[in-house]
Design a protein around this ligand. Structure first.
Ligand code: SAM
Length: 329
């Protein structure tokens, strides 16, 4: 088991398949992009599947989420998903994506064994999308969402980050868009994980503010709080349900005490927290010929050292040197 010194057990593995992305969301990276990892440093598909297999077969991982960067940019994605879904005990397999290209791939991914998707969509306005993501791809994302739903990758979840003065007036329209289509919307507080280090607490639209924006127009009632378990989103029934909306207050309502996540970066580093400042290099060991037992031991040691909390509110907090796109969101 992947147990830390506070007794939390990691069962949810987030795997970044690439640090590259075809959008440039302002809260994530600068318009000119970043220096991407050289291909030789990326784990190969076989290396990814080997590490995921160790996680599932030896270490109690029950959920595998592929992310990035943008995971749809990884050519072997369908193959990686198929090999993950074939593991026993079968893990839940999901994908976090910006949706660009999903219109073409959703069917193949569902057939390969993908269970669910989270698609990021912060605005319903094409001009705002261009301003926010520096690319004119709004229609592609909407087409990706529709294809995911048709392929049965349900519940289709939508992730939205609100930014003050840019899209914070869209909280209710985004909710209505999702309710009309049967998607489950989750708002995520903006976190200090941008490559530019431009995050400013005062600019962040907080969970309380998001709830107030929604409650001005819909009735919200807390749902499943006792069942929340390790889920990051606080969920609310909308107008009596059954439709729901989630709010992930990563900064103002941290859920570290129930965290069950562990991350594998595209270059083979284990991170026990999004905000960790240390990583544990499985790729070097793997490429030096380590056996499964040794890799598992290294992974166990990496999780054991997980801190109690991300410490964003601590005056000594330091943003991790790697941005979200390189860690895997
Ligand atoms: N490219 C994929 C996507 O867009 O979903 C996967 C990677 S992206 C880093 C994963 C999620 O992280 C997205 O929903 C994105 O909005 C969110 N994200 C990125 N930077 C963030 C930040 N600084 N604060 C909060 N969420 C962020």
């Amino acid at each position: 088991m992947l147990k830390d010194s506070f007794g939390r057990v990691a069962t949810d593995l987030r795997v970044s398949l690439t640090d590259k992305c075809n959008l440039r969301c302002t809260y994530c990276m600068p318009p000119e992009g970043l220096d991407w990892l050289p291909n030789a440093q990326l784990l190969t598909a076989d290396e990814i599947v080997r590490l995921v297999t160790i996680g599932v077969e030896r270490l109690g991982i029950t959920e595998v989420r592929y992310t990035g960067g943008e995971p749809l940019l990884r050519r072997e994605l369908v193959d990686i998903v198929a090999r993950t879904a074939a593991l026993r005990p079968k893990p839940q397999v999901s994908l976090t994506t910006n949706g660009i290209g999903l219109a073409k791939l959703a069917g193949a991914l569902a057939e390969a064994g993908l269970d669910r998707v989270n698609v990021s969509l912060d605005t319903l306005d094409r001009e705002t999308f261009k301003r926010l993501a520096h690319r004119d791809r709004f229609e592609d994302v909407v087409a990706g969402l529709e294809a995911a739903d048709r392929a049965g990758l349900r519940p289709v979840k939508v992730n939205a980050v609100l930014m003050r003065g840019i899209n914070d007036h869209e909280a209710v329209p985004l909710l209505r868009f999702c309710l009309e289509r049967g998607y489950e919307l989750r708002f995520i507080e903006q976190m200090p994980l941008d490559a530019q280090h431009g995050w400013n607490r005062a600019d962040m639209v907080t969970a309380d503010e998001i709830l107030a924006l929604l409650q001005a127009e819909v009735d919200l009632c807390a749902d499943d709080l006792e069942e929340r378990g390790s889920a990051p989103a606080e969920r609310f029934l909308v107008d009596g349900g059954p439709a729901r909306v989630g709010v992930i207050g990563s900064v103002t309502r941290p859920f570290c005490g129930a965290c069950d996540r562990v991350r594998l970066t595209a270059d083979g580093q284990i991170r026990n927290c999004l905000f960790a400042r240390e990583e544990s290099d499985l790729k070097a060991a793997l490429r030096a010929g380590a056996g499964d037992e040794e890799l598992a031991e290294r992974w166990i040691a990496a999780v054991r050292g997980k801190r109690a909390g991300h410490g964003i509110d601590d005056p000594s907090f330091l943003q991790p040197s790697r941005p979200m796109s390189a860690i895997g969101g």
